[in-house]
Design a binder for this molecule. Structure first.
Ligand code: C2E
Ligand code: CA
Ligand code: CA
Ligand code: CA
Length: 279
């Protein structure tokens, strides 16, 4: 293969042209999305596999643009990361999710935990700790009811500042989880040094759990690894009864996925809580 470097060249194709045009359009529109109130959160239930009860939810950002329609996060989160807009968007997500969770708690709907996704850009921002502290103070949400999802890519480069930052986050009392666990390239050694609470098994391992012996072996190993390190483990992307039964019989603590529910708008999620539907 050709070495990529200073002299690399790119093929210019109509498809790429379209793609880059779309990125430019998305970038421009995204700059106004927050102030025009076009962003909202959906919440996907997280269910305790032992009791069948909803114990938490992941907040997932949605963007309803007047012309572009509903833009999925897979199309705009990357752009937001490149432009740095993710720092503002992520701060809005954390504040909105925390306030919503507190409102549901105050309405007597249970002491749930809300998880938010933290991008690398936010992790690198100078005021990260202060902004989390501020959200907790302003909303009155108990810190243990806020979970922050990190990806392994955050730990790849220079690990020392990451360890310190994670300990400062942990000191606020929030819960920390590793998202998409098993898909990153970092070594497992960080697990013993970082104050992590939860491993989230990536849905690519869950998908074929009942048909592929290797995926099943990976999933049961992650569950054992988590429990040996006194961490809790949640499987994402659970779509079938068979996957659910497999995970439950192998001691996985929680599940999240279409089998129980898709991510829901806040009012729909609230209805679900009021029905107290269990697995
Ligand atoms: P993620 O953090 O891994 O979130 C889980 C994704 O899997 C969500 O996609 C969710 O809708 C989807 N999902 C849930 N259950 C199932 C299932 O049973 N089957 C399948 N096939 N998919 C399932 P979504 O909402 O489109 O988000 C995609 C990604 O965008 C997220 O992946 C996350 O990386 C990013 N994202 C979403 N919201 C935020 C945010 O507020 N901040 C940041 N930084 N990233 C976000
Ligand atoms: Ca996530
Ligand atoms: Ca994930
Ligand atoms: Ca993912």
């Amino acid at each position: 293969a050709k070495k990529l470097g200073r002299n690399n060249f790119q093929f210019y194709t109509p498809a790429m042209n379209e793609e880059s045009q779309e990125r430019v359009r998305i970038e421009g529109a995204l700059r106004n999305a927050l102030e025009r109130d076009e962003l909202m959160l959906h919440y996907q239930p997280q269910v305790d596999l032992a009791t069948g009860k909803i114990v938490g939810m992941e907040a997932l950002v949605r963007w309803q643009h007047p012309e572009l329609g509903m833009v999925p996060p897979t199309r705009f989160v990357g752009v937001a990361e490149e432009t740095g807009l993710i720092v503002q968007i992520g701060a809005w997500v954390m504040r909105t999710a925390a306030a919503q969770n507190k409102a549901w708690q105050d309405a007597g709907l249970g002491r749930l935990r809300v998880a938010v996704n933290l991008s690398a850009r936010q992790f690198g921002a100078a005021d990260l700790i202060e902004s989390i502290e501020q959200v907790l103070a302003d909303t009155g949400l108990a810190p243990e009811c806020l979970e922050i999802e990190l990806t392994e890519s955050l730990f790849m480069s220079d690990v020392t500042p990451a360890v310190e930052l994670l300990h400062r986050m942990k000191a606020l009392g929030v819960s920390l989880s590793i998202d998409d666990f098993g898909t990153g390239y970092s070594s497992l050694s960080y697990l013993s040094r970082f104050p992590i609470d939860v491993l989230k098994i990536d849905r690519s391992f869950v998908a074929d759990i009942t048909h592929d012996a290797n995926d099943a072996a990976i999933v049961t190993s992650i569950i054992a690894l988590a429990h040996n390190l006194k961490l809790s483990v949640i499987a994402e992307g659970v779509e079938t009864r068979e996957q659910l039964d497999y995970l439950r019989s192998h001691g996985c603590d929680e599940m999240q996925g279409y089998y129980f529910s898709r991510p829901l708008a806040a009012d729909e999620f609230e209805q679900l809580l009021r029905q107290q539907r269990t697995l």
